[in-house]
Design a protein around this ligand. Structure first.
Ligand SMILES: Cc1cc2nc3c(=O)[nH]c(=O)nc-3n(C[C@H](O)[C@H](O)[C@H](O)COP(=O)(O)OP(=O)(O)OC[C@H]3O[C@@H](n4cnc5c(N)ncnc54)[C@H](O)[C@@H]3O)c2cc1C
Length: 423
């Protein structure tokens, strides 16, 4: 028996075996011979999506090239390829991803399989960039899915949590390579609120980080700009100093408010320009646990105000900042952004501090504002909640039942979440 844990350390699993197949034949052998299979990307999900007592597969070494069709601006890549590797190779071929999130170790299939997103009023999640999938079914046979070939399977695979087969290759929309200007600026939260709609309309990417006890927030703007020369290596946070602050908050929770009010400088203006794939990701070395709710865009600010007021009123020790982003609406069955433009609020807690009870209470606020959770981040949805929030869950479950009637690709968490019954 092997051991595996996720990035934050909150999910520990004891799979019967962990395998890294290099060839399709090896992969098919592993899939057909196992009773239970889960695939792991970079293990960056906070929910127990990759937990299994069966076979845990990593596709990071699976054969396959990254190719781009210049006529359609579409790239096809091995599903287990990390976003870091993919974006580096794409850049060398003259392409960039349309958008990226905060970090880049995720596997392409892991990011697409959970609806991973960045920020931008007109930009959807990474799942919205997927154009076709090559998937391996429980019998080891390969299936292809696109809008025209197996369209139902395609719709399910666009955000599948790994429930409709092992993704082996994925075709995605890309853009000709571009540079981004990054601006980090500190303002009063109220000032950002006043200017928010204008900021969102004028900049391709806009977001901010705000500590619950601080009145200042760090605004982060990314916008395409011509390259000026050398790119400055720069981080959005000083991780070492922040780790020390988190440790003080852990040992002396009553200090959280005092420290957070002093964390951001009153004035800050930093600017740099670089290749998009280098500007998008940050390094996150201070571990945290995270819950994220996607709300109808108009509900974002009221929900943020309410959750901050609740933390302050109850003097709760929440060491990390909230992250506030915006995401375009989409048409994906299981996407939290289906049919509505979203405001995305991420609530983090230092991994060595209590998070479960605080998240559970805060979740009620986000749900009261019509929120749907990020599938990879902490939530407590039941099967009934899933069907209430996602009318298309019925179609998703029907595809899952057809592709994997024995529920080989399910685990305890997903079985409970979707009410899966093996036939
Ligand atoms: C530090 C950090 C920063 C983050 N930043 C963001 C962010 O900015 N925006 C955002 O939206 N999310 C963010 N996340 C969440 C993260 O993007 C998601 O959890 C994502 O799924 C992680 O990708 P992964 O490769 O680690 O997937 P894993 O967690 O390993 O797996 C996720 C799901 O994908 C499935 N899967 C993986 N590979 C395959 C495959 N080949 N075939 C079928 N199914 C597969 C798994 O079975 C599982 O269900 C962040 C997480 C961390 C820890």
């Amino acid at each position: 028996m092997a051991t595996w844990s996720n990035w934050s350390g909150s999910v520990d699993s004891k799979p019967a075996r962990i395998e890294r197949p290099k060839t399709y034949a090896e992969l098919a052998g592993l899939v057909t011979s196992a009773k239970k299979v889960r695939v792991v990307g970079a293990g960056h999900s906070f929910m127990p999506l990759c937990e299994t007592d069966g076979t845990l597969l990593s596709l990071s070494d699976l054969e396959g090239d990254i190719t781009v069709d210049a006529a359609t601006n579409r790239a096809t890549a091995p599903a287990g390829c990390s976003l870091a590797k993919l974006t580096d190779i794409l850049w060398k071929q003259g392409y960039s991803l349309i958008n990226q999130g905060d970090v880049n170790p995720q596997a392409l299939a892991g990011a697409i399989g959970t609806g991973t997103h960045g920020t931008g009023a007109k930009l959807g999640t990474l799942s919205t960039a997927a154009r076709s999938f090559e998937l391996m079914g429980p019998d080891g046979a390969l299936m292809r899915a696109s809008a025209t070939e197996n369209p139902d399977l395609f719709e399910a695979a666009r955000l599948s949590l790994g429930l409709v087969g092992v993704a082996t290759r994925i075709e995605i929309d890309v853009l000709p390579a571009y540079h981004l200007e990054e601006r980090l600026e500190v303002y009063r939260l109220d000032e950002i609120a006043e200017r928010w709609e204008q900021l969102a309309a004028e900049n391709r990417h806009v977001e901010f980080f705000v500590f619950p006890y601080a009145d200042l927030a760090m605004l982060k703007i990314l916008h395409p700009k011509p390259f000026e020369g050398e790119m400055k290596e720069m981080r959005d946070m000083d991780d070492e100093a922040f780790r020390k602050v988190c440790e003080v908050c852990r040992r002396f929770p009553f200090m959280t408010s005092f420290l957070q009010k002093r964390l951001l400088p009153k004035e800050m203006m930093r600017r740099r320009i670089g290749p998009a794939y280098k500007i998008f990701p940050s390094e996150r070395t201070v571990k945290f646990e995270e819950m994220e709710y996607e709300l109808p865009r108009a509900n974002g600010w009221p929900a943020l105000r309410e959750v901050i007021a609740w933390i302050r009123k109850n003097r709760l020790p929440v060491a990390f900042p909230f992250e506030f982003r915006i995401v375009a609406s989409d048409d994906i069955w299981m996407s939290p952004f289906k049919g509505r433009e979203g405001a995305s609020i991420s609530m983090h807690q230092y991994h060595r501090m209590k998070w479960r009870e605080i998240f559970k209470e805060a979740e009620k606020i986000f749900q009261a504002h019509d929120g749907r959770p990020h599938w990879a981040k902490r939530h407590t949805l039941t099967t009934a909640d899933v069907h209430r929030l996602y009318p298309d869950a019925v179609k998703f479950c029907a595809v899952r039942d057809r592709i994997d009637p024995q529920a080989k690709f399910a685990n305890a968490h997903l079985t409970q979440l979707f009410g899966i019954k093996a036939s």
